[in-house]
Design a protein around this ligand. Structure first.
Ligand SMILES: Cc1cc2nc3c(=O)[nH]c(=O)nc-3n(C[C@H](O)[C@H](O)[C@H](O)COP(=O)(O)OP(=O)(O)OC[C@H]3O[C@@H](n4cnc5c(N)ncnc54)[C@H](O)[C@@H]3O)c2cc1C
Length: 405
């Protein structure tokens, strides 16, 4: 699954002709799933544009995109009416269509959220109502018997069953977006860490950077390119990238670490799909080939639902592997053998009052080259599931800001 492996370098992804031009109409900084999906979307809409993606690592998907739970979320938790809820539900459908069309393996194994007492049952019911408001397809409250039918080793008094939740390798999906982009003539510059944006030497200050066709110099450790317009999708670094073109300090990106535990191979047969004990942890089958199971904290996706207090409980209750395992042995008693798995770091935006920012944040300057650089400063999770829907929204924004024809 995405979280468990690094993608290998693939020369295929680098460039359509392996000769890198130095001048582009639009440059996208960040080769995670959001940057790559957006670059692809813009190029599909405007095939005449010369475009590049600049990525500081030696491959795409090196950060959040390659270190996540690999879940195709159905959109149950998010506050009804929010963009996050809308884009997730839309993104799930687009993801399945995209994977079918491009032969990317996935498993629509469903997701079971399990309650074990009346208090949890009540919360589960509230969650069900929320999911219905979000138009999550075929969501169902189920009995203890039905839980057994779906997951024979799982104990619970009531369950919430989401049959369309799935798993996929998000790094592979991103690689495929990259392939589409390169096939359409885009270039991907790896090992290119952007360090600053400057007005190109030729551009006239009097013309506020409009003195030539490529007024923005994008400088980096991997060299430099010139661009007419720049879009940044830098994940954990998105606040720093924004500040490089004079952007505000807020919102800052706070890294949240999520840890995984792996089920031992002897126990993997006991889990068919994604199982989430109501309280704090999730058990998910992963790796579409080996059905490897892992456990993860799902604190951010539950944050909106449970509030900060609930989050604090969840973060501090399962403070180590043993506690996490104990939480979850409550619903699948005979599973007890775990080993430490991988970890991922989530980019969470926070404003100066300490409030976590839960919506998309875009920033563009009002003078000089700043007018030509659009920063996506927050693309809230589940950004992978929503990536194709997010890409459409960012491409609309870029078309408007950059007047792309
Ligand atoms: C632990 C965890 C579990 C998650 N589980 C799920 C899940 O199950 N399902 C789901 O849908 N979502 C999940 N998410 C969320 C999802 O992974 C993210 O929303 C998504 O990957 C964000 O993509 P991104 O492109 O914005 O960021 P990233 O993947 O972090 O990409 C940003 C890229 O920008 C590059 N970059 C930064 N600065 C520069 C620079 N100066 N120059 C050049 N390049 C630069 C970075 O190297 C990086 O490759 C999870 C996230 C985490 C961390």
């Amino acid at each position: 699954m995405a979280v468990l492996k690094r993608v290998d370098s693939s020369p295929l992804l680098l460039s359509s002709n392996n000769v890198f031009p130095k001048e582009y109409d639009v440059v996208v900084v960040g080769g995670g799933i959001v940057g790559m999906a957006t670059a692809r979307e813009i190029l599909l809409r405007h095939p005449q544009l010369k475009m590049a993606v600049l990525e500081k690592e030696r491959d795409l998907s090196y950060h959040q995109t390659g270190h996540n739970s690999g879940v195709i979320h159905a959109g149950i938790y998010y506050k009804p009416g929010t963009l996050k809820a809308k884009l997730c539900v839309e993104g799930l459908n687009l993801t399945y269509k995209y994977c079918d069309k491009h032969n990317i393996p996935y498993k629509k194994c469903g997701k079971l959220i399990v309650a074990t007492d009346p208090v949890e049952e009540k919360r589960l019911n509230d969650l069900y109502e929320r999911g219905k408001k979000n138009n999550v397809k075929d969501l169902e409250m189920i009995s203890a018997e039905k839980i057994k039918e779906i997951e024979p080793h799982c104990l619970g008094t009531r369950g919430l069953w989401s049959p369309h939740t799935g798993i996929v390798d998000w790094a592979e999906v991103t690689r495929s977006y990259g392939k589409d982009f390169v096939e359409k003539g885009g270039n991907i510059h790896l090992n290119f860490e952007v360090t600053s944006f400057k007005a190109t030497a030729e551009s006239s200050p009097a013309a506020e950077g409009d003195g030539n066709k490529y007024p923005v110099s994008v400088l980096g450790r991997g060299g430099s390119v010139k661009a007419c317009y720049v879009l940044t999708c830098g994940g954990l670094q998105s606040d720093r990238l924004a500040q490089m073109s004079g952007g505000t300090v807020d919102p800052k990106i706070i890294p949240f670490r999520g840890e995984y535990l792996l089920l031992s191979p002897q126990k993997q047969h006991m889990i068919k799909g994604n199982i989430y004990p109501w309280r704090s942890i999730c058990l998910e089958t992963c790796n579409r080939f080996q059905i490897r199971a892992f456990l993860s904290l799902v604190y951010i996706s539950l944050l909106e639902w449970m509030g900060v207090f609930g989050l604090a409980q969840m973060l501090f209750l399962p403070s180590n592997e043993r506690d996490m395992a104990r939480e979850y042995v409550g619903i699948i008693p005979s599973i007890y053998i775990f080993c430490r798995g991988p970890a991922g770091v989530r980019a969470q935006a926070m404003d100066s009052s300490g409030t976590l920012v839960d919506d998309f944040v875009f920033e563009i300057g009002d003078k000089g080259i700043g007018k030509r650089i659009l920063h996506c400063r927050n693309a809230p999770s589940p950004g992978a599931t929503s990536s194709l829907a997010i890409a459409k929204m960012i491409a609309d924004k870029a078309e408007k800001e950059f007047q792309l024809k």
